[in-house]
Design a binder for this molecule. Sequence first.
Ligand code: HEC
Length: 101
Amino acid sequence: MRAFRRASRILRAAFALLLVLAISGCKRASLPDASSPAAQLYVNRCGNCHVPYPPHEMTAAMWDTQVTMMETKMQAAGMRPLSSDERESILEYLKRNAGTE
Ligand code: HEC
């Protein structure tokens, strides 16, 4: 009985570890340069109402429009607006990794 309990504890720990690895693996796969400061800023400022959209899903021109639209949503939600530096690095990051159509 004791051996069974120990085995199930180990199994549970292994499962939890796998789950964490799977989740962090997915996040990393979906965003380019995920550990760069710009990507992290993007996740922090643009990932709290919805998951951060992968940059390749829109073209550079679409990102221009999208960020402006999202600034309106942030304002409506009473969130701190993007500073011009934040806006610039988020847009630069999105455009650098944007799709082409
Ligand atoms: C205050 C909450 C909020 C924040 C913060 C926010 N968004 Fe959104 N976003 C939304 C909502 C709500 C939608 C759903 C579509 C709509 O209502 O226009 C959306 C939709 C989107 C879409 C999908 C649009 C489409 O046509 O499929 C993109 C891309 C997007 N947001 C990008 C961003 C970016 C980039 C930022 C950071 C600058 C950001 N969002 C920050 C609320 C937010």
